[in-house]
Design a protein around this ligand. Sequence first.
Ligand code: THU
Length: 136
Amino acid sequence: MNRDELIKLANEAKKFAHAPYSKFKVGAAILTEDGDVFTGCNIENSSYSLTICAERVAIFKAISSGKKKFKSIAIVSDSKNYISPCGACRQVLMDLAGGELEVILTNSSGKKKVVKLSQLLPFPFTSTDLKKKKEK
Ligand code: THU
């Protein structure tokens, strides 16, 4: 599975976006270490804050199918600007996939930028921060 194939699958998932409020359709496709792909689209809600982004749908589908290791995620929209994951998705991806995850940002002209998640979310809060430390 190369990057362009992953982007194609993200575009297919975008068709299922439920975005009646923003009209902003997003698709995502995440590649697991063992070569499986899980896709997602954004799903909006009339109670706006209950909306979930395409990236979280994709990784939650993967996690709930037993996947634990991830290589890459592609994100697509109809915007001429590169689509980049929101802060909430960056945090979720960091927790579940780690900073080495390759993030493929695309624009509507079909161009892509490839970054690591650690570039999008430097100095993250992670599970290691929850470990109790001895009081000084
Ligand atoms: N959205 C995503 O699904 N992913 C992103 O990376 C950015 C934003 C969705 C949430 C909402 O349904 C719509 O795009 C507008 O914010």
